[in-house]
Design a protein around this ligand. Structure first.
Ligand code: KG4
Ligand code: ZN
Length: 321
């Protein structure tokens, strides 16, 4: 079965064909990110206008790359929510129209749940891998993106039950805001990730609110702690890379500790991580190691699949269909 996925929730316009919910035949992503950089965040009006310009181009390219035509499609999948409404409406209208014209089913997919699914996808060269067997359900899913930091219990791919989330900022949002405080540019995650790696010893320490007794996260106090540190030390100066490193340590510590605790509480041996912050080098290493100590297998998607893409939407849709 070939499913065409469409993802337009924010500043990426993506189309992908996934075979049997698993094998990526194509995954085309266009983005307006560069246009937003000078504003330090996404401008919804710009994002939705670019979505309109890109949507049919990425779809044509996704079909060409997969070596298929519209007639070869069995279903169309689209990100239903959450996202910027002006961006979402472009993908949803486009996908609705295609499904109507072709007389094939339309499957609406939740963007956050799709991020969790990204780790199950393989490319044509890895077709023999069976990740469903490698990472059997039930599993715990951690989604850490620009808009969400959530823990899910996944009994099967039709029922994602959320049991923990951020009470304020998302992890990616904290990265972006701290980068702004430090004058590092947007998006902050990849810049802080790279800067933090250059630090071997650090006397600066921040701590994240532990939110004891809950499965929830809180990152806004940490962001304020960074702001106060920079204000207090503005006159004498400070090493930006050390502040970035201390901030990242604190985020990674809390994500690793609470996620492993959650897996143990839920009695699962599979952990799936997704979303933009899942591209973070320190989080990837530390979470895989901490999980292995407890006999849990942790799975991160390939770096490009951590970001917004339509393959994760098309893949999950197969199970919903
Ligand atoms: O999942 P995503 O592409 O879009 C949303 O659905 O939000 O995530 C974007 C977020 C941004 O906040 C960005 O700063 C963060 O992911 N991010 C990272 C890294 N790469 C992207 N955060 C930490 N380390 C990274 N390497
Ligand atoms: Zn996303």
């Amino acid at each position: 079965m070939n499913i065409l996925g469409i993802e337009t929730s924010c500043d990426e316009t993506s189309a992908s064909v996934v075979r049997d919910g698993r094998v990526i035949l194509s995954n085309i992503v266009a983005t307006s990110l560069q246009e937003h950089q000078k504003y330090g965040g996404i401008i919804p009006e710009i994002a939705s206008r670019r979505q309109m310009e890109f949507i049919d181009l990425v779809t044509r390219q996704a079909l060409n790359t997969a070596g298929l035509t519209l007639k070869d499609l069995d279903a169309v999948a689209v990100t239903e929510s959450p996202g910027l409404i002006g961006s979402l409406v472009v993908g949803r209208s486009f996908a609705h129209s295609l499904s109507f014209a072709l007389g094939i089913p339309l499957i609406k997919v939740n963007h956050i749940e799709a991020h969790v699914y990204a780790g199950y996808l393989v490319d044509r060269a890895q077709e023999q891998l069976d990740r469903l067997r490698e990472f059997p359900l039930p599993a715990v899913g951690l989604v850490v993106s620009g808009g969400h930091s959530s823990l899910f219990y996944i009994k099967d791919f039709k029922s994602f039950r959320i049991f923990g989330q951020t009470r304020d900022d998302a992890a990616g949002e904290a990265y972006d805001k701290v980068a702004r405080i430090l004058g590092l540019g947007y998006p902050g995650g990849p810049i802080i990730d790279k800067l933090a790696r250059s630090v071997t010893e650090n006397d600066i320490k921040f701590s994240c609110a532990p939110m004891e007794g809950t499965n929830d996260f809180s990152f806004s106090g940490l962001k304020t702690a960074v702001l106060y540190y920079t204000q207090r030390n503005a006159a004498k100066g400070f090493a930006v890379e050390k502040v970035a490193n201390a901030f990242q340590e604190s985020v990674v510590n809390v994500l690793v500790r609470k996620t492993i605790e959650a897996c143990i509480k839920k009695g699962v041996a599979s952990l799936l991580v997704g979303g933009g912050v899942a591209a973070n080098a320190s989080l990837r290493t530390r979470l895989v190691e901490a999980a292995a100590v407890k006999g849990i297998k942790a799975r991160f998607p390939a770096i490009p699949l951590c970001m917004d893409n339509a393959a994760m939407v098309a893949g999950l849709a197969q199970h919903l269909l």
